[in-house]
Design a protein around this ligand. Structure first.
Ligand code: PGA
Length: 251
């Protein structure tokens, strides 16, 4: 899908104090140079940094996203953050269903879907994460798992403008391991086909990101795979220099 503008999004996870925003500023400065990269760039810092990052990055090429939201608009949910709150703090998107949320907080596809709907209702782009475990891959179950996750986690009302899918094989996250380009191509082609089933004509235009140990040294290869429309980056998004190494795949 040549017409899809790629997105390179950085997920800082539970990393970053206000001093870490220096890296966000460096990134914005690098992107302000004469070289135009053919992708959108986003950082998803911890919620505590969103408002501050918003003011620092206003008018730059770095957009902001949250890392998770509650499915309710407001209410008695101590410690949780609503999609409206993320939007209010300056986010334009939110990651939902990251495997660390699915594993550590036992989030189900139904909960992820409800969170994506909450994001849509707040006017945020939902970055919906899916991906198989190592056992599932070894057992030949990858494509079936992806089908089920798409059916369960991508809600009605999802469009190419309000939703992004992130394929993140769980065994590749933070491990330095990556699937082969053939495995990435197979998974992304499958996701593309399944998206058309649940999103109709919006499916072919929806961005499908690859995530899991993306770094400067493998970005060109991974981003060059058919149906890969950008990256969701963890560790390598914390330092501007490393993150730029990935963005440069879209020079
Ligand atoms: P990683 O994380 O790039 O550190 O592997 C990816 C992610 O969890 O989104």
């Amino acid at each position: 899908m040549n017409t899809i503008r790629p997105l390179v999004a950085g997920n800082w996870k539970m990393n970053g104090l206000s001093v870490g925003l220096e890296q966000a500023k460096l990134l914005a400065n690098d992107l302000a140079g004469s070289q135009q990269y053919k992708c959108d760039v986003m950082l998803c810092p911890p919620a505590t940094l969103l408002a501050q990052a918003h003011w620092q990055l206003k008018g730059t090429k770095v957009a902001l996203g949250g890392q998770d939201c509650h499915s309710a608009v407001s209410g008695a949910h101590t410690g949780d953050i609503s999609a409206d709150m993320l939007k209010d703090a300056g986010a334009i998107a939110v990651i939902v269903g990251h495997s660390e949320r699915r594993t550590n907080h036992k989030e189900t596809d139904a909960q992820v879907s409800a969170k994506a709907t909450a994001a849509h209702n707040a006017g945020l782009v939902a970055i919906i994460c899916i991906g198989e475990t190592l056992d599932e891959r070894k057992g030949g179950k990858t494509l079936g798992v992806l089908t089920e996750q798409i059916k369960g986690s991508v809600p009605a009302g999802s469009t190419a403008s309000n939703s992004v899918i992130a394929y993140e094989p769980i065994w590749a996250i933070g491990t330095g391991l990556t699937p082969t380009t053939a495995e990435v191509a197979e998974a992304h082609a499958h996701i593309r086909a399944e998206l058309s089933k649940v999103m109709g004509s919006e499916g072919p235009a929806t961005r499908i990101l690859y995530g899991g140990s993306v770094k400067g040294s493998n970005a060109v290869e991974l981003m060059g795979v058919a149906n890969v429309n950008g990256a969701l980056v963890g560790g390598a998004s914390l330092k501007a220099e490393d993150f730029m190494g990935i963005i440069k795949a879209y020079a």
